[in-house]
Design a protein around this ligand. Structure first.
Ligand code: CMC
Length: 378
């Protein structure tokens, strides 16, 4: 009784384990590269917009012109937040990490706009795509200046809206498009840790907001989404490529990891990296910290020459975001603003599976012992 059949596979970190099926994206599959619902990441980054990609992920098809227009208007209409959510955000200190702010904001919204049992989860997904940027920037300004910013903007895209609210100025076309492309690149990535966390929560038949809060928690760490902030902390130490190379060799000596490099699934390169790298190069031209780009390039070269480890999306996102005027602590939250589309698609898909995710563990604790009454224990 209670015995589990002994046909288990053990893999540290679930590496190499196929933990389910998905029709949402492919990562690192022979001949398929990265695609979202059959569309290559290269095509999407070059020709589409984040709103199209969010629609593709959440609704399962690319929108036509009128669907996209309606969807954009819908997202704009979902930017404002309930008063109770604003009041909650106002209680959070300026020193809080913005990822904690987003996790909290999502939880509060989940109390105010509770997911009904037979409701359409896509309505909640759109709600978060529309208002995560509002949460972040509303809290950011209030906690620093006490000012309750207006959430009204002429900007019709998620990317432009975020940049507008953040700086209070209309973004340049290049900054808006770089942000848009980065949101496309970050939107979906199969069974990565945060998506899997969201699927685990969903598999218990929990609600949408709990699953998203779980995803945010998993994304926060530097081995996952937090790597873009750590990459920035590394590159901003240097003003020349030679300095960067010297320190990198010292990092190798100390046997430390370089955040923004390597990947669990990709072996030779991350197809998203060259796309955001091109944006970093493009924007470096107009920046007083143009040197961050050659610094980054040298780090990439030495990592490859010495370790055969390549940059993942997080590495060049750091300098690209910096050139867009985004403070470092906002880098991972931007990942949330985008990945919420992928998480939502996976939550919908997981609900269709309807099977509890519950692996087993190999026991490494003590052998059975007899219980000692407390007065007899040493
Ligand atoms: N810097 C230095 N060495 C590395 C790195 C790195 N970034 N990544 C892997 N290695 C080495 C690692 O030390 C190990 O060496 P050894 O076999 O000698 O001990 C070997 O490569 C295998 O590494 P691992 O950590 O066991 O491999 P994994 O498949 O578990 O790791 C990873 C994948 C992404 C966690 C890892 O590459 C890493 O920690 N990278 C840095 C964090 C990072 O950039 N994360 C973002 C991932 S992609 C986008 C995202 O999700 O945000």
């Amino acid at each position: 009784m209670g015995q589990v059949e002994n046909r288990m596979i053990k893999a540290a970190g679930l590496a190499g384990v196929v933990a389910g099926d998905t029709a949402i994206s492919t990562v690192g599959k022979e001949g398929l590269d990265l695609n979202y619902r059959g569309y290559s990441i290269g095509d999407l980054a070059e020709h589409s917009t984040f709103e199209e990609v969010a629609y593709l992920l959440i609704y399962g098809k690319l929108p036509n012109l009128s669907e996209l227009d309606i969807y954009r208007r819908k997202l704009v209409g979902l930017r404002d937040m309930p008063r109770e959510l604003k009041v909650s955000l106002e209680q959070l200190p300026s020193g809080a990490h913005p990822m904690d702010v987003l996790r909290t904001g999502v939880s509060v919204l989940g109390c105010l706009e509770v997911e009904m049992e037979f409701g359409d989860v896509r309505e909640h997904a759109d709600r978060l795509v529309g208002c995560l940027g509002s949460m972040l920037v509303y809290w950011y300004h209030f906690s620093r200046t006490g000012k309750r910013i207006s959430l009204v903007s002429e900007e019709t895209t998620v990317a432009g809206y975020f940049l507008d609210l953040l700086s209070g100025e209309t973004p340049t076309d290049k900054h808006r498009r770089c942000m848009d492309v980065s949101l496309i690149l970050y939107a979906e990535h199969e069974f990565n840790a945060s998506t899997f966390a969201a699927r685990v929560v969903t598999s218990t038949m929990s609600d949408y907001y709990s699953a998203i809060a779980g995803g945010i928690g998993a994304l926060r760490g530097p081995l996952h989404g937090g790597a873009n902030e750590k990459a920035m902390e590394l590159i901003e130490q240097f003003t020349t490529a030679d300095e960067a190379e010297r320190e990198l060799r010292a990092i190798f000596e100390r046997k430390e990891k370089v955040m923004g490099f390597g990947h669990r699934v990709y072996r030779d390169s991350d197809p998203r990296s060259d796309i955001i790298k091109a944006w970093s190069r493009e924007l470096s031209g107009g920046s007083e910290k143009a040197y961050l780009y050659p610094v980054s390039e040298r780090i990439e070269k030495v990592m490859w020459d010495e370790k055969r480890i390549f940059p993942n999306l997080d590495f060049y996102s750091a300098s690209a975001y910096h050139y867009c005027g985004v403070p470092t602590e906002m880098f991972t939250p931007l990942f949330v603003m985008s990945r919420v589309a992928g998480w939502s698609a996976h939550i919908i898909e997981e609900r269709g599976v309807g099977k509890l995710i519950r692996p087993s563990a190999e026991y490494t604790g003590p052998q059975p012992k007899s219980y000692q009454p407390i007065e007899k224990r040493s």
